[in-house]
Design a protein around this ligand. Structure first.
Ligand code: CMX
Length: 146
């Protein structure tokens, strides 16, 4: 049901400084900066084949990334797995006893359908499931999934 690692997200205090770090020292190219208002973050994306590195900078001290940095400092915030069908994956996870943060998919960065699984159910790692929009499907079909 998991096809690949969609992204690895890193919590950072200063997005511009961190973008420069990954560009200058790792030779990666940031292709997009996007604010996700409801998650209280600004994000920056780098592509490495089919996997992305996502930097997360908090925009509000009450948001999940600000709380994470305050508690643990900068570092890996979550791992996101790409799945073919997020709804059925969530159902399967829940029936297997995994604690869900989101019991139904919602829209995340890059216009993906996403849902988080609680770190307490995954060896202390926050896990995100992502289903990419089917390019062949209509917007309506996609909306119906949310
Ligand atoms: N990775 C591992 N553990 C984490 C964590 C993370 N990213 N975030 C929180 N935790 C742990 C805390 O350390 C804490 O553990 P202890 O009880 O052992 O101290 C526990 O989870 C509870 O943490 P909290 O600070 O009290 O936070 P909440 O319970 O209010 O929320 C969580 C935790 C995971 C439900 C919340 O952060 C969440 O809903 N996350 C999903 C959304 C998100 O992270 N959005 C930002 C990214 C958005 C994007 O990529 O676009």
């Amino acid at each position: 049901m998991i096809t690949h690692i969609e992204h690895i997200a890193i919590a950072v205090k200063n997005l511009e400084k961190s973008i420069k770090h990954y560009e200058d020292n790792f030779g990666l190219k940031c292709y997009k900066v996007e604010e996700v208002k409801d998650q209280k973050v600004r994000t920056a994306f780098f592509k490495l084949w089919e996997t992305k590195i996502e930097l997360l900078e908090p925009t509000d001290s009450n948001g999940p990334v600000a709380k994470f940095i305050e508690k643990k400092g900068e570092g890996i915030h979550h791992i996101a797995f790409a799945v073919d069908n997020i709804k059925s994956t969530l159902k399967k996870m829940e029936s297997g006893g995994i604690k869900l943060v989101d019991d139904k998919p919602r829209r995340g960065a890059e216009d993906l359908l996403i849902a988080f699984l609680h770190p307490k159910s995954n060896n202390g790692v926050l896990v995100e499931l992502c289903e990419t929009k089917n390019p062949a499907g209509s917007q309506l079909e996609w909306e119906e999934k949310v």
